[in-house]
Design a protein around this ligand. Structure first.
Ligand code: HEC
Length: 372
């Protein structure tokens, strides 16, 4: 009897959480529009009905504790919160954001609620004591140390690259929120060409070139103007890199067709570019974070601290990439990109430095370990 009770305890808190999520959903229209101003009737009823159903189902679940179906109904309602046309249309930004936050929280809660379907968690968990570097063989320590050196170098290069590609877009040095917002949202008052000429490419042109190019951009960037004034500048100043001949895989500006893409109003990176970058980032960063985190599990530190530092970069990469897309839509999210990027960078640095320190200094030299 006691065991059964214990088993349901975790789920009882999930049911309470579900109740709160239902109430939050129910009241969404009131935070968004105030009590008397509901702009979309469908949106209003969607929140009230979905929220009401969640409240009902969680109350039933709290009363009838052994019933299983409410967990599934709750999960399906959460999917609806995330995938309903009102949320996905983004017609009302605030409404959509609230739906996404509530829906994701709800999915996490439903996972906890119905997790026994995915495998029963043992009640009496055995405490497994992790190994530290001290208990590793010397060849393991060598391997860990070397991978830290190589990934640490990669880390430094990544910061350098980030700095070079993002800095100065706003005309100021250092990577600022403005730079990030220009990269993802675009500088909608100008073109990419002008922005690059004032930022990273400013060393390649004279003041006169800049004035001529900006005048051409302002006058509509047509072919005749390109042939007459712009083409000669490009040939003289830019073609050694920006032409098919240069072999540098940069956009070719020696033709009108080639320069047109950067002479249009800049809307930041395209969704296609973002999707491409995202999958490369998620695979790459996921693996690097795994390797660093795995080595870091051998450090002798309190478990809670280790857990935080291991989870942080995974959470940060997901938030970071999600906010690239959000920044494209509203530049305010550039702050989140900056925060998530810093969390990732700092936790990696912490993992590398602490692991390295403990590999070098915290090994027991009295006890020779066998190489394996
Ligand atoms: C020494 C080689 C070199 C020269 C010369 C050069 N660039 Fe670049 N340019 C680059 C590199 C490398 C990049 C890509 C790096 C980046 O995006 O920051 C780039 C990127 C750009 C971009 C952004 C392209 C895109 O797809 O977003 C523009 C616009 C640009 N250059 C304009 C010019 C202009 C105009 C000139 C001549 C006044 C010029 N560049 C001269 C090397 C050069």
């Amino acid at each position: 009897m006691l065991n059964v009770d214990k088993e349901y305890q975790g789920k009882r808190s999930a049911r309470f959480a579900a109740l709160i999520i239902g109430l939050a959903m129910f009241f969404v229209p009131w935070y968004v529009n105030g009590p008397h101003d509901v702009s979309s009737t469908v949106g209003f009823w969607n929140c009230v009905i979905t929220g009401g159903l969640i409240v009902a189902v969680s109350v039933v679940a709290l009363i009838r504790r052994t019933d299983y179906w409410p967990g599934w109904v709750f999960a399906v309602l959460n999917l609806w919160i995330l995938l309903n046309p009102e949320t996905l249309s983004f017609a009302e930004k605030e409404m959509s954001i609230l739906h996404i936050i509530i829906g994701v929280a709800g999915l996490v809660v439903s996972f906890i609620w119905i997790r026994r379907v995915f495998g029963r968690l043992p009640l009496n968990r055995r405490v497994v004591k992790g190994r530290t570097f001290r208990e590793c063989s010397s060849s393991e320590r060598t391997l860990f140390g070397l991978v830290l050196v190589v990934l640490g170098l990669g880390y430094v290069m990544a910061i350098g690259y980030l700095y070079m590609t993002h800095t100065g877009l706003d005309g100021k040095s250092g990577v600022t929120v403005q730079d990030l917002s220009i990269s993802y949202y675009g500088n909608r008052s100008g073109t990419r060409l002008e922005q690059m000429l004032r930022g990273p490419m400013s060393g390649m042109r004279s003041e006169e070139d800049l004035n001529k190019i900006v005048a051409w951009l302002k006058s509509g960037a047509d072919q005749a103007g390109y042939d007459k004034t712009i083409h000669p500048i490009i040939e003289k100043k830019c073609a050694r890199c920006h032409s098919a001949k240069s072999g540098m895989n940069l956009p070719d500006f020696t033709t009108y067709a080639g320069i047109r893409a950067v002479a249009k109003v800049d809307t930041g990176m395209s969704i296609e570019t973002l999707v491409k970058l995202s999958h490369i980032h998620l695979f790459g960063i996921g693996l690097v974070t795994f390797v660093l985190g795995f080595v870091f599990t051998f450090t002798a530190l309190p478990a809670w601290l280790k857990n935080i530092v291991i989870v942080a970069p995974f959470a940060a990469v997901v938030v970071d990439i999600a906010t690239w897309f959000l920044t494209k839509w509203d530049p305010i999210f550039a702050y989140t990109v900056l925060v998530a990027g810093s969390v990732m960078g700092l936790s990696w640095a912490f993992q590398i430095l602490v692991s390295m320190y403990q590999i070098v200094f915290l090994t027991d030299d009295k006890q020779e370990s066998e190489p394996i």
